[in-house]
Design a protein around this ligand. Structure first.
Ligand SMILES: [Zn+2]
Ligand SMILES: [Zn+2]
Length: 222
């Protein structure tokens, strides 16, 4: 398993809680020996109403996509930059890493930020998206009905939160979930704390998702 990917990554270009620009962050991950990142900036109704400027949904998605697009400029033959989202619904403060979306999907789906996890499950099935609950055992999160998710992040590397990763792992095993590891990169101390490693290079998020579904990968957990 020689190809390491960051599965949970924020950019200061978009996420107000993040402190490092997309391009600097990509260079840091290249230097750390990774083969790519999935850019998962926050995708929530609150962000779109209060933090992402723009008159129309299209303007707002344009703003949201800046982090990904700026990171993408640093993509190379040996380093993939992929699009994801960290989605939150109005029903609670749970976060979901969604793998499989593309730019057009986001422009076409203003409705998803107002859904419930239950409603989104159907959208995910139709559009072949993989839904991973991020840090389900953090103090401000609660566990989502296993029917509405495909997996859980069992290692979250962010040091400023206690994600009770051991609890997430037990929960995942009990339900046979897909499991992931991610740094939840927001600042320097988060660099390369987590990730998923595959035995082949993946060039886009479709391939990334296929590797997750194959079950043949390893998790980075320092
Ligand atoms: Zn954040
Ligand atoms: Zn995050």
């Amino acid at each position: 398993m020689n190809y390491m990917y960051e599965a949970h990554f924020h950019t200061a270009d978009v996420s107000t809680c993040a402190h490092i620009s997309a391009q600097e962050a990509v260079e840091l991950y290249k230097n750390a020996g990774y083969s790519g990142v999935v850019v998962t900036d926050h995708f929530t109704l609150e962000c779109f109403e209060k933090k992402y400027p723009g008159e129309t949904w299209k303007d707002k998605v344009d703003y949201f996509l800046r982090g990904y697009r700026n990171a993408k400029k640093c993509e190379t033959e040996t380093f993939s930059v992929m699009l994801g989202i960290e989605l939150r619904f109005p029903e609670n403060d749970n976060d979901y890493l969604v793998y499989g979306v593309d730019e057009q999907f986001l422009y076409d789906h203003e409705d998803i930020v107002s859904m419930t996890a239950k409603q989104f499950k159907k959208v995910a099935e139709v559009n072949q998206l993989t839904v991973i609950q991020a840090h389900p055992f953090r103090i401000d999160s609660n566990i989502t009905n296993p029917r509405y998710i495909d997996g859980v992040e069992i290692y979250n590397g962010n040091k400023r939160h206690d994600s009770s990763n051991n609890m997430a792992e037990i929960w995942a095993k009990k339900h046979g979930f897909i499991t992931t590891s991610g740094s939840d990169f927001h600042e320097y101390e988060d660099l390369a704390r987590g990730g998923v490693s595959f035995n082949r290079f993946v060039k886009d998020v479709k391939e990334f998702r296929a590797e997750l579904l194959s079950g043949k990968y390893e998790l980075k957990r320092p």
